[in-house]
Design a protein around this ligand. Sequence first.
Ligand SMILES: Cc1ncc(COP(=O)(O)O)c(C=O)c1O
Length: 425
Amino acid sequence: MKTKWIEQARELDQNDPIAFTRQWFVHSSENLIYLDGNSLGRLPKVTADRLQQEIQETWGTRLIRSWNEGWYTQSATTGGKIAELIGAKSDEVVVTDSTSQNLFKLAWAAVSARPGRKVIVSDTLNFPSDLYILQGIMYQLGPDYSLRLIPSKDGMTVSDEDIKTALSDDVALVVLSHVTFKSAFMYDMKNVTKQVHDSGALILWDLSHAAGAVLIDLNGSDADLAVGCTYKYLNGGPGSPAFLYVRKELQDHLTPPVWGWFGDARPFDFNLVYKPATGIRKFTVGTPPVLSLAAVDASVDLLVTTGMEKLRKKSLLQSEFLIEMWKEVLLPLGFTLGSPENPDQRGSHISFRHPEAYAICQALIAGVDGGPVIIPDFREPDHIRIGITPLYTTFEDLAVAVLKMSEIVNRQLFLSFRQRSGDVT
Ligand SMILES: Cc1ncc(COP(=O)(O)O)c(C=O)c1O
């Protein structure tokens, strides 16, 4: 059985038209299989070079002059590149702050733009930090405001019917992750946006698990607002700044809650009274982290060059392959599939659920029995997430990982890995 899957994987790798992009990344060890690009993408070689250049030349030599030689406009320039990946116009996206901060700014602005409507809708599959931000907004706006969460009946998906039930004429804003962080369930952005607009509310999409992973058409879906991180599939590096999107027609009508000099019309006039910039810059606040921003700029080029169509095609082939393997190899061992089988509803990771998920994950990371070190991630209570990053994940990586999971369970190798350790899973 083992040879069959490995052979099939190798054949798929040989026929992969974008297999060459794997060489764009730093691979520190041939004995490491990295399946966590959905949390922190690998380091692109071009990023390492770009950061050296930024440090030695742009900062070291050009010093303060660099602000007029690219730094000041970098947030917008890189935003314009990300716009290409998410179906937006270049002047609708900017790279700034963190996803959480951007969510706060845009959600607050949206609720303020719908006076009289006092409900925000989200779902129970959403990333908890998003819900915390929304709870904080409700707390500050007062007891008349509330957050309504759409439940997921199967813990994996949300139906159109459930969305419909949650919408009423008191809803100001709907906030959803386009691809949810545990199950990788993907909403139909166009349909949901229409439903929300029909109810008179605005919509804000969190694209953290979607940008660089699936096909997104913000403009074609008539989406109002979006936020997303750059350290997952965009490979921008740990803590790299996030992006935000505001539909062009809305930009002049929304007022962000945080007014800083980078969002002012003329920051270097140093006026004592704030006057908002026109356009997307209004939604920025202060000095951007230019080194991290340079890293994002370099890595996003790799996705733009490759093209999202090719990436999505490979990602789907890879998740289908994983599901095929699950049926034959993992299902008999008590693993259930925690992601939708329908490819139209699936992002770019697969969640396998098992009562011993934590210990199995730890055993994979430890590289038991001299096997390769395999890095997926664990999400409470029982999810092993296998992140597929088509720029560098091979079919063989996936086959080896699944076969190792089966070995770990068959031989009960997980037993010595049950002890919880470390703050970050
Ligand atoms: C879907 C989603 N939203 C929001 C966040 C929070 O991002 P940040 O910590 O960069 O603000 C994350 C972090 O992983 C996420 O996955």
